[in-house]
Design a protein around this ligand. Structure first.
Ligand SMILES: Nc1ncnc2c1ncn2[C@@H]1O[C@H](COP(=O)(O)OP(=O)(O)OP(=O)(O)O)[C@@H](O)[C@H]1O
Length: 345
């Protein structure tokens, strides 16, 4: 539906985006995730028509929005935009914020406001409130309703939940995903929060220094990241040196089936912490090396265990579900589930 081909952008001499390619299908949810300053907002502003790329092409449903001869302005693109907090006009009541840009009669607009408020699950009586009189989550829903009023085919969301506290943030995210699906609107959301990215997306594009390091489904980029930086950006990762051959990685933890059979030789491999099952060591029944817990950092649901083994060159830190039995000095054994992901050099 929307296609970006080789989009590049410099500010002065500084390259901010380099050869960005992205394809978004109708009614899907794409998340662009990356660290601060990696170019996410610039890319969203280019899509919205607020910024001009230096080169490349953007098409929406077959229509060219940008190329060397074309620039369709923002208001003619059919693209909605929900910016970060502070998006509402403070001097307009909620209903007038939503109606901003509607061109129908007074009566038609009132009906449309009511429809849109229902769509974003806002109580209708809130339309007579000022933005500062409603909560942050409600304000984001009003901003979404205002953007949906234009009946866009694509919605751009720039860190729309960043001002909300954790519980409200997850609930608003889920509600937004559901209502965009209901309205059949494709979306591109920008965030630096990997949990938000994995939870919201049907497709994730990981951006670093103005380039996409990987584009794929959430499970793909999480379990098979292309490189170490992408692996670490998307969550806790255990990275080891390994000798990879015939579909197996031989490392300090033992021999583990490996993804990416095309990679062989001296490589780095990655495991997610949930792939490591830790259980009590029973000396007489075991052939494994015993591993000793040297530190327990309890943080509630999860604890970080520091583990030592005479077979390892360095201690290992693993986040795991807290259990009372994890005590300093306890001997445990490790079992690994699934595949190790072999990382590109
Ligand atoms: N109008 C501008 N003029 C000059 N430099 C700019 C301009 N807009 C952005 N930049 C620079 O481009 C780079 C990317 O900025 P951008 O806002 O796109 O990053 P981001 O990934 O959205 O960051 P954040 O997560 O912090 O919002 C930054 O180094 C920024 O300083």
């Amino acid at each position: 539906m929307i296609e970006l081909a080789n989009i590049s952008k410099k500010f002065g001499q500084t390259s901010v985006l380099e050869n960005i390619n992205l394809s978004v299908v109708p009614a899907s949810r794409t998340v662009i995730v990356g660290p601060s300053g990696s170019g996410k907002t610039t890319l969203l502003r280019i899509l919205a028509g607020f910024e001009t790329p230096d080169s490349g092409r953007i098409t929406l449903s077959g229509k060219t929005l940008f190329d060397e001869n074309t620039f369709i302005p923002a208001h003619q693109r059919g693209i909605g935009f929900v910016p970060q907090e502070g998006a509402l006009f403070p001097h307009m009541k909620v209903g007038d914020n939503i109606a901003y840009g509607l061109t129908g009669s007074r009566h038609e607009n009132r009906r449309r406001i009511a429809e849109l408020m229902e769509l974003v699950s806002l109580d209708r009586h809130l339309q007579d409130h000022w933005p500062h009189e409603i909560s942050g989550g409600q304000q984001q829903r009003v901003a979404l309703a205002r953007a949906l009023a234009q009946e866009p085919v694509l919605m751009l969301l720039d860190e729309p939940f960043s001002a909300l506290d954790t519980g409200l943030r997850a609930a608003t995210r889920k509600a937004t995903a559901e209502l965009l699906a209901y309205a059949g609107v494709a979306s591109i959301l920008v965030t630096h929060d990997q949990h938000e990215a994995l939870s919201f997306a049907s497709q994730i594009a990981v951006i670093r220094d103005g380039r996409f390091s990987q584009v794929g489904s959430p499970t793909e980029v999480y379990s098979q990241p292309v490189d170490e930086a992408t692996a670490l950006f998307l969550g806790d990762a255990l990275i080891f040196s390994a000798q990879v051959s015939n579909g197996f990685a031989h490392c300090e933890l033992g021999t583990i089936p490996a993804d990416n059979p095309q990679f062989t030789g001296d490589k780095r491999i990655m495991l997610r912490p949930e792939q490591i099952i830790i259980s009590a060591y029973q000396a007489d029944a075991e052939t494994h090396h015993a591993v000793t817990i040297s530190d327990v950092d309890f943080t509630g649901y999860l604890s970080t265990l520091t583990l030592n083994s005479p077979a390892w060159t360095a201690p290992l830190q693993i986040k795991t579900v807290s259990q009372q039995k994890w005590q300093v000095g306890m001997q445990v054994k490790l079992a690994i589930t699934g595949h190790a992901c072999v990382l590109a050099d």
